[in-house]
Write a new protein. Structure first.
Ligand SMILES: [Mn+2]
Ligand SMILES: [Mn+2]
Ligand SMILES: [Mn+2]
Ligand SMILES: [Mn+2]
Lengths: 219, 219
DNA sequence: TTTTAAGTTTAAGCTTGCTTAACTTTGCAT
DNA sequence: ATGCAAAGTTAAGCAAGCTTAAACTTAAAA
């Protein structure tokens, strides 16, 4: 497995996971920042190796073998993220960028030691589940979308799903991260933006930002 | 900088450091496990970039710019080694192999955090000096070669220089590692092998093994 | 049913880092 | 001084992972 195939399998898994529809080559190309010609190329190669189910001009899917590999890479990524955050106190954005590279270069043995060091953790610093060595995924509690939250009640940020690097900074600046407690001050139904109280501070979030946040009720 | 150039510059620096004579292409080829044609190729490319002083059919040398880069990579390597040993309790052999890859893939920022976490350490787990961010090298105490050690006196292992993977295991099995105290039991002048007491155990070392060990007198 | 736009594939080509095989140069031993 | 072995270089070629441009397929609109 090379870096390029690691990243391809991972992107295919994550895209599939994020949406209802089948994954199209253009999406993969956009996510991986390569041309769609390169995507076709890689798809053919991985199909030959039995990792991707692929028919020309049709959407593509991971085979069970491909999914198994994808989960291994995601496990590495998320273990690195948590390790770097816990041990070296790196912020969410750095941690992701660093893990994007380190995921390809640590031995199995090293990853297992990191796993043990962290006490076989279930979630990474974004609140995303860390696949286990067996390939199974820890069950997340049923999380509440921030949209569904009731004004006045207090919640705990459980998970933040961000793709855009700028947004990491934004949330960091406003203190929004997994584990943080917050309250809804008001919902603006006309454009679905919300006003929150995070710590002592009031924050206004657009719909796009609101959709990135998932909560657990605080007992 | 790519992995191949990183490794080339590092190997050139270390070979130069290990021996009196100038570095020959064959040595570099052997160390990097590539053909000498590939060495010539890389030498030309790095000469163009001002990192290596190179004239065809003559030995090659790092330029000051090349040396600066080499030291940066060595710094990364040794910081990773110490980090993996201290934090994840990996053994000397694993630590080296892991560092051989990780040295190319961590950001400056991550390396600095590791440096701070370790308290700006001066030596790696082999006893080799860790180049500072400035590029300077911590001065090692004047170490004693094991050959020069006097029977009866007690010493501290300060530094172990190993290239051969099997030897890591051998030394590990006999408990020989930096920080370990030992005594010379007897020197066999006829073939320069030595008998040591390491911990409670007696060990016989051939000349080749003896030459890998450097000591500090114990007060 | 034809047209069109979006998406995909093919073809040709580039770069890096390597290979082997044939050669040239160097310097040492005779 | 000559000849030879060791070291180094050149040439041709390969694989991976990309690129752009042109050709093609699909599905949906007109
Ligand atoms: Mn991530
Ligand atoms: Mn990656
Ligand atoms: Mn090392
Ligand atoms: Mn390396």
């Amino acid at each position: 497995m090379s870096i390029a195939t690691d990243n391809f399998l991972k992107a295919l898994y994550l895209l599939r996971d994020e949406q209802v529809e089948a994954v199209m080559g253009t999406q993969l190309a956009a996510r991986l920042e390569i041309s769609s010609a390169a995507v076709t190329d890689m798809a053919r190669k991985l199909a030959e190796r039995g990792l991707v189910a692929y028919t020309p001009y049709r959407e593509m899917e991971l085979t069970p073998a491909g999914e198994e590999l994808a989960l291994k890479i995601i496990r590495r990524h998320r273990l690195w993220e948590l390790f770097l955050q816990q041990v070296l106190d790196m912020d969410l954005k750095m941690v992701h960028e660093e893990a994007e590279r380190l995921e390809h270069h640590a031995s199995e043995e090293l990853m297992n030691r990191i796993d043990v060091f962290l006490g076989h953790p279930d979630f990474d610093p974004h609140g995303e589940p860390i696949p286990r060595q067996s390939g199974s995924l820890p069950e997340a509690d049923d999380l509440l979308e921030l949209q569904q939250a009731e004004p006045g009640k207090t919640y705990l940020v459980a998970r933040i799903i961000i793709r855009e690097p700028e947004v990491f900074d934004l949330f960091a600046r406003y203190g929004i991260h997994p584990g943080q407690r917050l309250q809804v001050v008001q919902c603006y139904d006309f454009d679905k933006s919300m006003e929150l109280e995070v710590g002592r501070r009031k924050v206004l979030l657009s719909e796009g930002l609101v959709q990135k946040i998932f909560l657990n009720p605080l007992n």
